[in-house]
Design a protein around this ligand. Structure first.
Ligand code: PLP
Length: 382
């Protein structure tokens, strides 16, 4: 990827309070692609846990991945398209865009496909925040966008979650009259907890003028909570992010989308370039066409989660009640100690958040993987 900022982008940056000196740095940062400070979940999981690679028989429950992988229909579509992979095949991206838009009740130009949702997540920070337009987020929350904001000199305002681990929308709305972006992850990463739909609607109606609500629905289908695309259809100041890395099991294949009013999507889109992986596009389309994937997988993940949370109850461990594919458990000592001890048992769990230093995040794997988690956890907590 090679990015040059055009005149319009530069003027936009100056108006938003960036110095001309920062342009080169921004362009270099975007060109660098995957390097710091643009993270995705697996990059952050590696930062906290993996040194020198994992043993082949390790249990990997540190990056909220889906061990079920892509569905059969997606695999067949990938196989079919692979032989034509010498072509860019943009029409497959259009096909994905149109189908997702239709399913969400939107016009195609309200959906912008990406290779996963990390790209639009970071680009929304670039597009809507600046040194004079803060980024407002929940705490604990998904760190990737905060890091991007800090790197470009945007002020990050962290608003603690409520007692029920929902986003505190009243405090988020009041955090700064100049807020550029207010980020809500629903259900939240790392807590796996929901912010009620009514609260999201309240925030949209009461947020500072000129700010945009970025609603990250990476895990929404796992929770089975209502999606908010109808708010997009009403042309509100909201951009929704979706990824195929979670319930659809395509983290390595890469597909996702930003869903919003075309003028908002246009603020996000120019920060990237290039075609999307055709394998990801056809697999996403095939997954969307499956009528059974979402309910079946929600049940599988939900059953495994319920079993492991019942285990924690039985043994008197305190945890945050999750409706997602991860949960936070209180290990009553600095979480890093338990992460390291679990690693010795070849069970790789997720990281610690500074505001909850005694909690670790654990992803929900297969039943077999969680059985190994249970055995190792009892041993290291003894
Ligand atoms: N948003 C949240 C809350 C996530 O947890 C993740 C990944 O784990 C992403 C976005 C981005 O995922 P991807 O880039 O794989 O689509």
């Amino acid at each position: 990827m090679n990015v040059c900022l055009n005149r319009q982008q530069k003027n936009d940056l100056v108006q938003r309070g960036f110095s001309r000196r920062s342009f080169g740095r921004l362009a270099a940062m975007i060109t660098a692609g995957a390097t710091l400070p643009f993270y995705n979940e697996s990059a952050m999981a590696q930062l906290s846990a993996i040194r020198g690679g994992m043993p082949a028989d390790a249990v990997k429950i540190n990056a909220n991945e889906n061990p079920l992988g892509p569905c059969e229909e997606a695999l067949a579509a990938i196989h079919k398209v692979a032989k034509d992979g010498g072509r860019y095949l943009y029409e497959e991206t259009f096909g994905f865009q149109e189908l997702l838009a239709e399913q969400e009740g939107l016009k195609p130009n309200y959906v912008q496909p990406y290779a996963g949702s990390s790209a639009p997540l970071h680009q929304a920070v670039l597009g809507f925040t600046s040194p004079s337009k803060p980024f407002v987020t929940g705490d604990p929350g998904y760190e990737a966008p905060e890091r991007a904001a800090e790197f470009i000199g945007t002020k990050v305002i962290r608003v603690p979650l409520t007692a029920s681990y929902a986003h505190d929308v009243k405090k988020m709305a009041a955090a700064s009259p100049d807020a550029g972006l207010i980020y809500i992850c629903n259900p939240n990463n790392p807590t796996g907890t929901l912010t009620p739909r009514a609260e999201i609607e309240w925030l949209l109606a009461n947020k500072p003028k000129g700010s945009v609500l970025l609603l990250d629905e990476a895990y929404i289908h796992i929770a089975g909570a209502p999606v908010c695309s109808d708010l997009v259809a009403q042309d509100k100041d909201i951009v929704i992010l979706r990824t195929f890395s979670k319930i659809y099991g395509m983290a390595g294949l890469r597909a996702g989308a930003a869903i919003g009013r075309p003028d908002l999507l246009e603020k996000i889109r120019p920060w990237t370039s290039g075609a999307l992986p055709v394998t990801g596009m056809v697999a996403a389309t095939a997954s969307l066409k499956s009528k059974t994937l979402v309910p079946e997988r929600r049940k599988i993940i939900g059953d495994v989660r319920q079993d492991v949370l019942a285990f924690l109850d039985k043994h008197g461990f305190e945890y945050i009640p999750s409706v997602s594919n991860k949960f936070m458990v209180n290990v009553r000592r600095p979480g890093k100690q338990i992460i390291d001890a679990m690693m010795k048992e070849k069970v790789y769990i997720g990281r610690v958040w500074p505001s909850m230093p005694n909690h670790v995040r654990v992803s929900v794997g297969t039943q077999e993987e969680m059985n190994r988690f249970k055995t190792a956890f009892l041993k290291v907590m003894a």
